[in-house]
Write a protein that binds this ligand. Structure first.
Ligand code: ATP
Ligand code: MG
Length: 389
């Protein structure tokens, strides 16, 4: 008998001739996620098997795999020889363990799948025979084929795989199969979620954060590093660029019309982020903007922001309500860190009456009235790189 993690994967099957490329990337990402556990990973007929994980590492390995994009679900299974009595014994054993946890007043059903068409029983017969043997052994149970509390699955392949759980994975596409993009990450709730969502579509992330010492604290910066770390649990390694933004921000504040300061600041952030993205080999920017959430996220403001760069800007949260974004933040574990009360540079100088419908020509003119060239160069020069894993 052997313990195996049975991994099902998602949309990769749609990818036709590119499929091996996606599968290889997924396996590589799984290996990375299971670093230190010496897994043996095999691909076979639309499934991936993870072997050689010690029993006490099973929960941890399962947990890590459910954060790997491209995985649909994971089942911790026992694998045994296909000999029928061996299968029955292993299944009863597994049920026994499960019933110790749930108590005996529960419903169950057997769900058999057979890819070995030469096996002595077909799926229906396995369901009936094994269901009968389970009831012989545990007469308190009852069968419910629609909503069973325990689903005892048996898959007859090269070996027999037996399990009760199908733990949902993160879905999406394997990270690294869709190119690279740079996430503008603040300390808020939205941007980590935006990064998560784009990594879920297969993008490798790098990240850019703007800070304004002494107006923002060291702890605010640490918080962003921590958030990046939390996103990297899904997205893999993230190269985080920390950009000193005080000079630019102070200059905007002193020299530009007050009501335009936020949108101008956003334009300059985008410009610098684009420069860093290019140096990183990234082809797009990602932000956590959501339509209408604040004055700088009206359609007009977004147009003005977009105008500052020529790269595509991905805004995966554009159509989401704050509640929906918060739900995802909770689910991926970034929420608690995001709500720590440290200042972000966006919140330091907030105009009393920001323009909600900025006019592109006017904003371009306000920006052109100040020469930011040298400040931008200096900010990029003094940017610090941190590799977050
Ligand atoms: P968030 O929760 O992401 O902070 P928000 O609603 O506070 O979002 P804004 O402060 O207007 O929104 O920022 C919009 C987007 O601009 C953020 O989602 C993020 O992508 C980017 N951004 C804002 N502040 C910074 C910063 N200090 N460094 C890098 N990117 C930033
Ligand atoms: Mg913010």
């Amino acid at each position: 008998m052997e313990q195996v993690l049975l991994v099902r994967y998602t949309e990769i099957h749609l990818k036709g001739l590119n499929r091996p490329y996606f599968e290889r990337a997924l396996v590589d990402n799984m290996k990375r996620a299971l670093r230190g556990m010496s897994p043996k990973i095999e691909r076979e007929h639309g499934r991936i098997y993870v072997r050689n994980i010690s029993e006490e590492s099973f929960p941890e390995a399962t947990d890590r795999l459910t954060r790997v994009f491209g995985i649909h679900s994971v089942s911790p299974a026992v694998a045994v020889e296909k000999d029928w009595e061996t299968v029955v014994a292993a299944a009863l054993d597994l049920m026994e363990k499960r019933l110790d946890e749930t108590g005996r007043d529960v419903s169950f059903k057997v769900l058999a799948r057979r890819s070995d068409k030469h096996y002595i029983y077909n799926s229906d017969t396995i369901n009936k025979e094994l269901g009968g043997r389970v009831l012989d052994r545990f007469p308190e149970l009852h069968v419910d084929v629609h909503k069973p509390q325990i689903k005892l699955s048996v898959e007859i392949r090269d070996m027999a795989y037996i399990y009760c759980d199908e733990i949902p994975g993160a879905n999406g596409m394997p990270t690294g199969t869709a190119g690279k993009a740079s996430l503008l990450i603040s300390g808020g709730i939205d941007s980590p979620v935006a990064g998560y969502m784009m990594a879920k579509r297969g993008l490798t992330l790098s990240a850019v954060h703007f800070y304004s010492y002494p107006y923002t604290s060291e702890r605010a910066r640490d918080k962003v590093v921590e958030l990046t770390k939390l996103v990297s649990r899904y997205a893999g390694e993230i190269r985080l660029h920390l950009v000193p933004f005080t000079d630019i921000q102070m200059t905007i504040y002193e020299k530009c019309p007050e009501k335009e300061t936020t949108v101008l600041m956003r334009r300059l952030m985008m410009k610098i982020a684009e420069r860093i993205a290019i140096s990183e080999g990234a082809q797009a920017l990602i932000t956590g903007e959501s339509l209408g959430q604040v004055a700088s996220q009206t359609l007009e403001a977004l147009c003005v922001t977009n105008d500052a760069v020529s790269m595509p800007v991905f805004r995966p949260l554009i159509g989401f309500d704050k509640d929906e974004i918060m739900d995802i933040a909770h689910r991926i574990g970034t929420y608690e860190t995001s709500i720590l009360p440290y200042e972000d540079c966006c919140t330091v100088f907030v105009p009393k009456h920001p323009v909600t419908k900025p006019k592109l020509e006017e904003l371009r003119a306000s920006e052109a009235a100040v020469d930011f060239t040298e400040m931008i160069e200096k900010a990029i020069e003094n940017t610090e790189l941190m590799v977050v894993k």
